[in-house]
Design a protein around this ligand. Sequence first.
Ligand SMILES: [Fe+2]
Length: 356
Amino acid sequence: MNKNLIFYQLFEHETSTYTYLLGDAKSKEAVLIDPVLETVDRDLQLVNDLGLKLKYVLDTHVHADHVTGAGEIRKRTQAKTAVSADAKVACMDVPLHDGDTLQFGTFEIKALSTPGHTDSCMSYVCEGMAFTGDALLIRGCGRTDFQQGSSHKLFQSVTHQLFTLPPDTVVYPGHDYRGQTKSSVEIEKKFNPRLGGGKTEAEFVKLMSELKLAQPKKIHEAVPANMACGNIKSETVLHPQMVNDIPEITPENLKPHLGQVRLIDVRRPDEYVGELGHIPGAELITQGDALDLFFKTNDKSQEIVFVCRSGGRSGKSTFEARQQGFKNVANMTGGMIRWNELKFPIESNQPHLGDK
Ligand SMILES: [Fe+2]
């Protein structure tokens, strides 16, 4: 590696994301690739400690698993944000096309269009290193089943764009889930079980179509935020976690927002007034005919948390509500059992007439 090139590989453990810092030791100009919002402070501290000036913040693509730190870094530094022009991220400073180059000091980063994981993935090549985002991972590759992904395109991108780089090009991926840090074009061409060893496009497409992957936990938050350079905008009060396709919220996270969201208790009337009681303000709408009617006659944009005894029935109701088109619903995990364990306030008065 050129002795004037400063290089750091940084890791964000919650989403196993790599962020890369490259700097020119002489001019002190630097770029960051794929920063994560949660680790912006750490990254900027390092930039500061090394006496670097960030010139560009690059994203390899519109991530679905984490929120980019690009917008936050731009606010706090002079850096310009850069991402593929095809990503249609309105707030970016520098839209990139295949073959475009960016300078920092005496170094140059070249953008290679490598769509397939998403329709706008870019890889970045600099000084014998390729930052491949989720197009090519170490012995793997990014999924192609959402965000306009295409296994056909990904095969073409990897075999025509990345595998044609010099064999000793060091591959630095966007993620690794097994603790590996780098690979090379030569090694991935030989050993990548999805794309290497002479795999054909048809074999790759079949393999990808047979993967059954859960959605990333943060997809509903991350994609809209990343389309806005990482600015999290929300009209809702709660930020549920997606678990097996059901948005969930804990009693601890719900309690500060009592009165701000609609609470629907889906248990039977006798349970509602029984020893576990109900959350103050919760409406009794029992699962079955009453709840079905509610789904048909209520505004689908309102923010609702469903509650039951232990979280099972309310989980089903949350799932059902989403199927009916309700956008901002969540299941309270652990139900009234957990609520009582936490000694949070309850009421056990009779339901109002008409609540049934
Ligand atoms: Fe991704």
